[in-house]
Ligand binder design. Structure first.
Ligand SMILES: C[S@@+](CC[C@H](N)C(=O)[O-])C[C@H]1O[C@@H](n2cnc3c(N)ncnc32)[C@H](O)[C@@H]1O
Length: 209
């Protein structure tokens, strides 16, 4: 009897200790991605710096979804700048509009695009970003060709995505594949960098004739 009670005490003490250690480690490491709502864990400010987004710029975003990258982008370009956010999903764009309104961001305009043409409403975009989305595009080469008519001369197009060479699932596209589509569409690579532990940033510009 006495032995059984001692055993129960040891088990309970071990459980309490184990739980304390797990909670301590979790707090030290920060909240898990599923709890913080950021399943991508992209360092957005670092990515914006790497692409060279500054206040006052006119920037397009394609595959913007419900605004994961769009809202920080709109804050970065500020009231003198503008963001045109494209997606093929009207549902996603409606959600993005609500989020932008709730945050008081008046510099975001949304546009529904086609799978092969972003249909941006302006032709003076200085930078276009595609975040966590290019690997979902069904017609990447046609889309990039059609994108050119919305760009100001010297504009840059940044593909930011998870890197399968550094742990991302295999449905994400490797650098060579992205570079190949861009080359076929008539773009040159300007820079290729790592955003953080598992994101790539590839910046292109239309090849001059
Ligand atoms: C995985 S979500 C990423 C959304 C957001 N950029 C983010 O980082 O959370 C990919 C988005 O790309 C959009 N998409 C897929 N093909 C597209 C295309 N050809 N043109 C524009 N958007 C597209 C989808 O509707 C979806 O909203």
């Amino acid at each position: 009897m006495e032995r059984a009670r001692r055993l129960r005490l040891i088990v309970w003490t071990s459980l309490v200790l184990l739980t304390t250690v797990i909670i301590g480690v979790t707090i030290a490491a920060g909240p898990p991605a599923w709890l913080s709502g950021d399943q991508w864990r992209l360092d957005i400010e670092q990515a914006l710096n790497a692409v060279g987004v500054v206040p006052g710029m006119v920037v397009g975003e394609a595959g913007a979804g419900d605004g994961y990258f769009t809202l920080p982008l709109a804050r970065r370009v500020g009231p003198r700048g503008a963001v045109v956010a494209n997606d093929i999903s009207r549902r996603a764009l409606a959600s993005l509009e609500t989020r932008a309104r709730d945050e008081g961001l008046n510099n975001v305009q949304t546009v529904a695009g086609d799978v092969d043409d972003p249909r941006f409403p302006r032709r003076d975009l200085e930078v276009v970003v595609v975040v966590h989305a290019f690997h979902d595009f069904d017609k990447p080469v046609e889309w990039l060709v059609n994108l050119k008519k919305y760009l100001r001369p010297g504009a840059r197009v940044a593909i930011i995505d998870r890197d399968p060479a550094r742990g991302a699932e295999s449905h994400f596209w490797p650098r060579d594949r992205i570079r190949g589509y861009a080359k076929d569409a008539g773009y040159d690579l300007v820079t290729s960098a790592d955003a953080d532990t598992d994101h790539l940033i590839m910046v292109f510009t239309p090849r001059s004739a």
